[in-house]
Write a protein that binds this ligand. Structure first.
Ligand SMILES: Nc1nc2c(ncn2[C@@H]2O[C@H](COP(=O)(O)OP(=O)(O)OP(=O)(O)O)[C@@H](O)[C@H]2O)c(=O)[nH]1
Ligand SMILES: [Mg+2]
Length: 203
């Protein structure tokens, strides 16, 4: 082998950067915008609109009395998990009248986090159905409002009627490390699902 050839071979390979899209879903006020904002390395794009008197009686504000805004289109953020893996996060709107956006938001995603407020678990049914219908891998992030987990992981699994394979991760949407751990679980689960379905490593 000539010297020119060998120097080419010896040159360290530049790491291949991989970027993936993840959707953050969940019921109204489950903490989706907070989740994206606390982990994003860029100033998150948000589409918050003030909640008006007109929403009283339609939106359940009992569990989040200080909530003054709601997402009307999406949240967008970016976080690097490893030096060669970048996640693009798309938070969905929680109010049912904006759910027509969800079909566009999930396009191209490798998986989803369903944020659940354990005081209002029933709000998670529709998001779970949505991701199951589309066969998109999802994990449940149990957002512990006020640091309290009102139900254990097994209770939540029973209540939501989800299989034993779906990871349920207690988290705090306001805490960057906690959000990061939830995302790591999501990516690992999506990769496992890929291997199980395709019988081959993730490309
Ligand atoms: N105490 C506590 N408050 C939280 C937590 N996560 C979110 N919040 C608060 O709960 C409220 C709702 O949070 P958002 O992040 O706007 O919820 P969302 O799911 O994006 O809401 P929509 O887009 O309207 O569906 C805000 O006032 C947050 O500050 C949490 O883990 N603990
Ligand atoms: Mg929001």
């Amino acid at each position: 082998m000539d010297s020119a050839g060998s120097s080419e071979t010896d040159a360290p390979e530049a790491p291949t950067m991989m970027s993936v899209k993840i959707v953050i879903g969940g019921g109204f006020g489950a903490g989706k915008t907070t989740f994206v904002g606390s982990v994003s390395e860029i100033m998150p794009l948000t589409t918050e609109a003030a909640m008006t008197e007109a929403s009283r009686g339609i939106d359940d504000l009992e569990s989040t009395p200080n909530k003054a805004t709601t997402t009307v289109a999406m949240d967008f953020g970016r976080v690097s998990l490893e030096k060669d893996l970048v996640l693009y996060l798309f938070g969905t709107p929680g109010q049912q009248r904006f759910w027509f956006m969800w079909d566009d938001l999930v396009r191209g995603a490798i998986g989803a986090v369903v944020l659940a407020d354990t005081r209002r678990l029933a709000d998670s049914f529709s998001p779970i159905d949505f991701f199951e219908e589309r066969q998109l891998p999802y994990v449940i992030g149990l957002n512990c409002f006020d640091g309290v987990q009102h139900h254990g992981v097994d209770e939540v699994r029973d209540a939501l009627a989800i299989g034993p394979e779906v990871p349920i991760v207690p988290c705090d949407a306001r805490d960057r490390e906690s959000v990061k751990q939830t995302l790591i679980t999501m990516v690992g689960y999506a990769m496992d699902r890929w291997v199980a379905t395709h019988g081959a490593p993730v490309p």
